[in-house]
Design a protein around this ligand. Structure first.
Ligand code: HEC
Length: 191
């Protein structure tokens, strides 16, 4: 078996809860429901981030858009998480903002996905006891390289802004199609 296939199989691990006995007519819970809530919230967050990023790049250029990302990305994630009643964010093996550091349960999945093509990384659904954890891989698209590609390709204004705002920046050197990180969510099993 190839290394990549091995990693993919590893990431496919689905851990199912032993559900409590259900009364007739009750929803099948809790993993499927939690997963759907996470998927919906991730769709919304992804769309809002994308729309905001593209508008900021057009209006302000890369250096200005970095400031928009810094000021708005965490608030967007908090807002969508609040609307959905879950915890939600973005994380990576190569972080720009240390505030996006992974939860403990996410770390082994990041280690396995690091450096892989995003297409080789599977979604993860994992039982965390009173919560369900969901991970969705994020691919590096062409537009992402403006701020996450080779630093030599960055314009000087962008380089200066990144150095000032993110002195420990590790989120560069990505290639198009490469795994960039995960959307992560934790969904409570009981309402
Ligand atoms: C205008 C520059 C810019 C572009 C273009 C850009 N990003 Fe980022 N990215 C940032 C900044 C700035 C942060 C840190 C945000 C913060 O402080 O929370 C960030 C953070 C992230 C994070 C959170 C993990 C971390 O490293 O802190 C992910 C994941 C991410 N970007 C993915 C992407 C993807 C995927 C694309 C393309 C669709 C993209 N980015 C395009 C500037 C950019």
């Amino acid at each position: 078996m190839s290394k990549r296939l091995g990693a993919t199989v590893g990431l496919l691990v689905l851990v199912f809860a032993h559900e409590a006995p259900r009364a007739v007519g009750e929803e099948p819970r809790p993993i499927g429901t939690a997963e759907r809530r996470a998927e919906k919230a991730m769709d919304v967050l992804q769309q809002r981030l994308q729309a905001r990023l593209l508008a900021a790049l057009e209006e302000k250029g890369p250096a200005g858009a970095v400031k928009v990302c810094r000021e708005e990305a965490p608030d967007l994630a908090r807002a969508v998480a609040g609307e959905a009643g879950i915890q939600l964010g973005r994380t990576s093996h190569k972080l720009r903002n240390p505030a996006n550091a992974p939860r403990d349960w996410v770390v082994p999945y990041l280690e396995r996905a690091a450096g892989q093509p995003a297409s080789a990384v599977s979604k993860v659904v994992v039982d965390l006891g009173d919560r369900v954890g969901v991970l969705r891989p994020i691919a590096t698209a062409g537009t992402c390289l403006v701020c996450h590609g080779a630093p030599e390709s960055f314009d000087p204004g962008l380089r200066a802004t990144l150095a000032e705002l993110y002195p420990g920046d590790r989120a560069t050197g990505f290639r198009e199609g490469e795994f960039r990180g995960f959307f992560w969510a934790e969904i409570p099993k009981s309402e």
